[in-house]
Design a protein around this ligand. Structure first.
Ligand SMILES: Nc1ccn([C@@H]2O[C@H](COP(=O)(O)OP(=O)(O)OP(=O)(O)O)[C@@H](O)[C@H]2O)c(=O)n1
Ligand SMILES: O=P(O)(O)OC[C@@H](O)[C@@H](O)[C@@H](O)CO
Length: 407
């Protein structure tokens, strides 16, 4: 069982495809523009919604982190109003958003987006300009639940068709009213879709469209795809997107977003084990027991240079870790290393991290039955960790036959 179990100690899906940026590549350059220059009036908050906190983290930082998981997106231009420039720069510094460049927004969303695009055009941006990408993704900064898959699909479609955008089925029927406020007609809902974000464009097409925009377009327009059709004759490829592309607009959306994040954080766990037979077996048993409820990866602890353990910790995809330890009740070096890696990855700066150390104590081989009070040194580590938003728990399992029973 141990050998077979050890063979199973591979992630139940290739970690790399979950890894920051996955293992997809593109043969053309891609950059992103995140309009974040609005005031969030409909949110009714003094703080513009893109800067409102979700689990003590600004909404815009969550969106940025999603884009930073995608390695084929080079620069990420964030367009914010002048009065929020400093705040945005501090968020970039605090959360280490190294690919983010801040550009000044304008009075309307379209104007802000155009300002973001100008950052890629020489002599059009007050600050230094960036290398023009072949494809540019435009995504509202207040749509945090964006995954690499939809970004990849709109970017590749934009490269082929010139423009592409994510769509979703309508939830409510669209109706037109007459001047007196009565129903004029309703649209057949099945024939229409909601235009969401992300959208993507070959850079020259969307830039040329904005250059031709009228004041009315800038003032009242809400749809980039309309601009490329109207001014460049480019009809966007529409891509069916996943359900979580919605835009945070009202207060209720903030509550919904926070509960979605909490749920996703609790939905994945990474289990590390030593090479001992019992640890491997318990790791596999845990994976079998948990994998119907959450994403579970089991890895043998190793810190060699291509270590998947280090990748798993630094990927930002796990906030729950279990380390299974056999008969070693001092503070095992691996636990200290794990806590250091979590700190170096700045994981807990984003959300609380939970580390559970499972001590397996084989009563047949151990000198005596270990008691919880014997864990003084790990208590000290737990106190330090708590200051850094890392919750360290320990679980002691005294056993005799559990491994044989498991076989
Ligand atoms: N002048 C503007 C207006 C909006 N946006 C951005 O465009 C995205 C979508 O716009 P919307 O949801 O309308 O945001 P607000 O305009 O802030 O919201 P409201 O209409 O409720 O004021 C948001 O990320 C918003 O910050 C922008 O960059 N510049
Ligand atoms: O109109 P708002 O400023 O609320 O939001 C912009 C949305 O219209 C836009 O993000 C999508 O509909 C796709 O264009």
């Amino acid at each position: 069982m141990a050998e077979a179990a050890r063979d199973n100690l591979q992630p139940n899906r290739p970690l790399l495809c979950k890894q920051a940026g996955g293992n997809r590549t593109l043969d053309f350059s891609v950059a992103a523009v995140l309009p974040a220059g609005g005031s969030g009036e409909r949110m009714g908050s003094a703080t513009p919604k893109q800067f409102c906190q979700l689990l003590q983290r600004p909404l815009i930082s969550i969106t940025l982190e999603r884009f930073e998981r995608v390695h084929w997106i080079k620069e990420i231009v964030v367009v914010v109003s002048k009065q929020n420039f400093e705040l945005m720069s501090s968020i970039i510094e605090h959360y280490g958003h190294s690919r983010a460049i801040v550009v000044e927004g304008a009075l309307t969303r379209h104007q802000s987006i155009f300002n973001g695009l100008k950052a890629f055009v020489v002599n059009q941006s007050p600050s230094s300009w960036l290398e023009k990408p072949e494809v540019v993704i435009i995504h509202d900064a207040v749509r945090p639940f964006v995954e690499e898959d939809i970004l990849f699909r709109v970017a590749t479609a934009a490269k082929e068709y010139g423009a592409a955008g994510a769509i979703r089925p309508l939830v409510s029927t669209v109706v037109a009213t007459n001047a007196e406020g009565y129903l004029d007609h309703s649209l057949e809902r099945a024939k229409y879709r909601a235009s969401e974000m992300p959208q993507a464009f070959t850079f020259d097409i969307i830039y040329r469209a904005y250059q031709q925009c009228t004041d009315y377009d800038f003032e009242y327009g809400t749809e980039c795809l309309h601009l490329t059709l109207k001014y460049c004759g480019t009809s966007a490829k529409l891509i069916d997107g996943p359900p979580d592309l919605w835009k945070v607009t009202y207060k209720r959306d903030l509550y919904a977003a926070e509960s979605l994040i909490k749920e996703s954080l609790s939905k994945s766990v990474c289990i590390f084990t030593g090479m001992q037979k019992e640890a491997v077996q318990l790791g596999c048993l845990l994976q079998e027991a948990l994998q119907l409820m959450m994403e579970v990866d089991v890895l043998t602890w190793s810190l060699n240079k291509e270590s998947q353990c280090i990748q798993a910790i630094s990927s930002g995809l796990y906030y729950n870790f279990i380390y299974i330890n056999i008969n070693n009740f001092d503070l095992p070096l691996e636990i200290v290393q794990l806590m250091e890696l979590i700190e170096n990855a700045k994981l807990s700066a984003l959300y609380p991290v939970v580390v559970t150390v499972v001590h397996l104590n084989n009563l047949e081989t151990a000198s005596s039955c270990i008691r919880m009070e014997d864990f003084t040194n790990i208590k000290e580590l737990a106190k330090e960790a708590h200051q850094k938003n890392v919750l360290l728990y320990r679980l002691l399992i005294n056993y005799t036959q559990v491994c044989e029973a498991a076989q």
